[in-house]
Design a protein around this ligand. Structure first.
Ligand SMILES: C[S@@+](CC[C@H](N)C(=O)[O-])C[C@H]1O[C@@H](n2cnc3c(N)ncnc32)[C@H](O)[C@@H]1O
Length: 248
């Protein structure tokens, strides 16, 4: 077993029950306030980080793009603002998040083709997309399985863009960050009157960071899975990172 397989095994053992039974209820609970809550929690930082992420994504007119774990379609909408002649698909397991996302896209005059599914099996043929994006969801997934699926649906030479909160490589930063995050999540869930599922998951969200990958580990994992020209950019002390990886 490789070290990455061992890590995935540990993550699965620790969190599978939550992934299976609670995550969907949490996102159904917060769907209507999700975007606002993110802005509060990050003190507006997330918006500017997202702008930076979108700026790194190369898109050409006519390309087919898939946003995995699309939630409320924030990434798809920003990509269509950048290049309106894209064919954008979104996949997510949460009907509630996708309903909010569909309304947001339609209101702004964009068409995003949403599919409700578990992203461990993508309902698309091999070599189908020019670009695949995944933002802020990988902690809730079996990473090797989903990245392998993403590799499968990408065309040869297609690009995968990933942006997420990661585990800081520095232990001191990791500890400080987790204390901050826990306080922040509890305050936000109180402020937006989250339901019991979302409140109960505050500890999970922090534990999931502690068992997650650092920027450098995620780069190595992508390379091990067959992606080439992998570039990882660590930001804010390694608490978040953007990766780009190409399909061979
Ligand atoms: C934190 S939200 C991120 C949404 C969006 N990418 C963004 O940046 O705002 C995580 C999303 O992942 C979705 N998700 C989690 N596990 C999933 C799974 N196994 N299959 C499909 N979607 C999943 C949730 O439903 C939720 O919409």
């Amino acid at each position: 077993m490789t070290s990455f397989q061992k890590k995935e095994h540990a993550r699965q053992e620790a969190f599978e029950a939550i992934w299976e039974s609670q995550i969907n209820a949490v996102f159904a609970d917060v769907a209507a306030t999700y975007d606002k809550a993110n802005d509060y929690a990050s003190l507006g930082l997330l918006k500017s980080l997202r702008r930076r992420f979108i700026a790194t994504i190369d898109v050409e007119p006519g390309q087919r793009v898939l946003d995995v774990c699309a939630g409320t379609n924030v990434v798809g909408i920003e990509l269509l603002k950048k290049q309106p002649q894209l064919d954008v698909y979104a996949v997510d397991r949460s009907d509630a998040m996708q309903q909010v996302g569909k309304q947001r896209a339609t209101r702004q005059g964009f068409d995003i083709k949403g599919r409700i599914c578990d992203v461990h099996q993508l309902p698309f043929p091999d070599n189908h997309f020019d670009v695949v994006t995944l933002q802020y969801a990988t902690r809730h997934l079996r990473v090797i399985d989903v990245f392998t699926e993403i590799n499968r649906v990408l065309k040869h030479g297609g690009k995968f863009y990933h942006f997420d909160m990661l585990r800081p490589a520095n232990k001191f930063i990791e500890n400080a960050y987790c204390i901050y995050l826990k306080g922040c999540l509890k305050t936000i869930s109180w402020a937006i009157h989250s339901g019991p599922d979302a409140v109960a998951c505050c500890d999970y969200f922090v534990d999931a960071i502690r068992l997650f990958y650092s920027t450098e580990e995620l780069s190595r994992l992508l390379s091990d899975l067959g992606f080439y020209d992998v570039r990882g950019r660590s930001l804010l002390g390694g608490t978040v990172a953007m990766h780009r990886a190409c399909k061979a």
